[in-house]
Design a protein around this ligand. Structure first.
Ligand code: COA
Length: 318
């Protein structure tokens, strides 16, 4: 025993909507191809907005919904691979914009699209030793900065955005029981950093990543359910990383999850990488679909190849 519960969430999306039609005017593709293969119809992309601005707005909403002040936060982690700067980290910038106390642990974490799950687990471990027992976990990516807009196989998939979660740690609460891992794969999904001489764009072998996701998601679900001694029926809502509607639908079918128990926003968000799960949580909360005491099973997967799953309880009025 000792773990975290989800207290409040928030999200922020850039205002510019990029439709499949807009993309079909840039590369050799069609709305029909993109919709059929991915389920995506449109995505948001930053024009004037910054990564830091998205993080701050998402975090403010999460703190407000949680009823927690910046002064009560003990740890702040931003899961990202596209921050405005390498130094300072997005989390340090967030400390400044939100006014978090000076002894708050603030750092970024990169586990690509699994970043939010890695960050939640790290948060649970760190809060046990932190000065204050509320933690702020933000997932934010501005992939439009690293997408090759002339590559039709990748540019259609991604969108920008931020999602945030405020969690609370107590010794009497059970752990989220996160399962995390990595294959050490350096080829299937690649995006060079500032020190690289490679073209500064994200590249991907889509079919192989698709196959990996179809193995990783059920594996994570089974391990998480096993750790908690539960079955899929005991879970109130499933939130999967939004990478492709076909992946989500295939998993939902395999586990016979009814439509009202899983969430899909990929149609209008695209794949927002580390932000996809917290954005989904925030939209679920806004829709009244995360009642107090309910349990959400989260599964992410992505570059690395990384994966992560966890079961988190909503603890708003405790
Ligand atoms: N429009 C039209 N045709 C396209 C296209 C596009 N935007 N992108 C690729 N194609 C073409 C290919 O060139 C290929 O043509 P060919 O058969 O003449 O060579 C054909 O469509 C099939 O390509 P393929 O890559 O096999 O398609 P797919 O069915 O695997 O779908 C993805 C591609 C990317 C949608 C799919 O593989 C996917 O979603 N993978 C997982 C991606 C993912 O989750 N990434 C993030 C992990 S966090």
């Amino acid at each position: 025993m000792n773990g975290i519960k989800l207290r409040g969430t928030g999200s922020c999306l850039p205002s510019r909507i990029l439709t499949n039609g807009d993309l079909a005017r840039r590369v050799d593709t069609t709305d029909e191809w993109i919709t059929t293969r991915t389920g995506i119809r449109e995505r948001r992309v930053c024009t004037g907005e910054t990564h830091s601005g998205l993080c701050t707005a998402a975090a403010r909403t999460a703190l407000k919904r949680a009823g927690v002040t910046p002064g009560e936060v003990g740890v702040c982690i931003v899961a990202t691979m596209t921050a405005d700067a390498v130094i300072p980290s997005a989390a340090c910038t967030l400390q400044k914009t939100l006014g978090l106390p000076a002894d708050t642990l603030c750092f970024d974490l990169n586990a690509a699209c699994s970043g939010f799950l890695y960050a939640l687990h790290t948060m649970e471990c760190l809060l046990a030793a932190a000065p204050r027992k509320f933690g702020l976990v933000v997932g934010c990516d501005v992939l439009s900065r690293v997408v090759d807009w002339s590559d039709r196989s990748t540019c259609i998939l991604f969108g920008d955005g931020a999602g945030a979660a405020v969690v609370e740690w107590r010794a009497a609460w059970p752990s989220i029981g996160a399962v995390l891992g990595c294959h050490g794969n350096t080829e299937l999904l690649y995006c060079p950093g500032p020190g690289s001489r490679d073209d500064p764009y994200l590249s991907m072998e889509g079919q192989k990543v698709f196959k990996f996701a179809l193995e990783a998601v059920p594996w994570c679900m089974d391990r998480v359910l096993e750790r908690h001694g539960l079955t899929a029926e005991d879970v109130d809502v499933f939130v999967f990383h939004q990478a492709n509607a076909r992946i989500i639908d295939l998993v939902a079918k395999k586990y016979r999850i009814p439509a009202e128990k899983y969430y899909k926003n990929i149609e209008c968000r695209g794949n927002t990488s580390a932000a996809s799960i917290p954005i989904a949580l925030s939209e679920l909360e806004a829709a009244g679909r995360l009642p107090d005491g309910s349990r959400a099973l989260l599964v992410g997967f992505g570059g690395g190849l990384t994966w992560g799953g966890a079961l988190i309880e909503i603890g708003r009025n405790v």
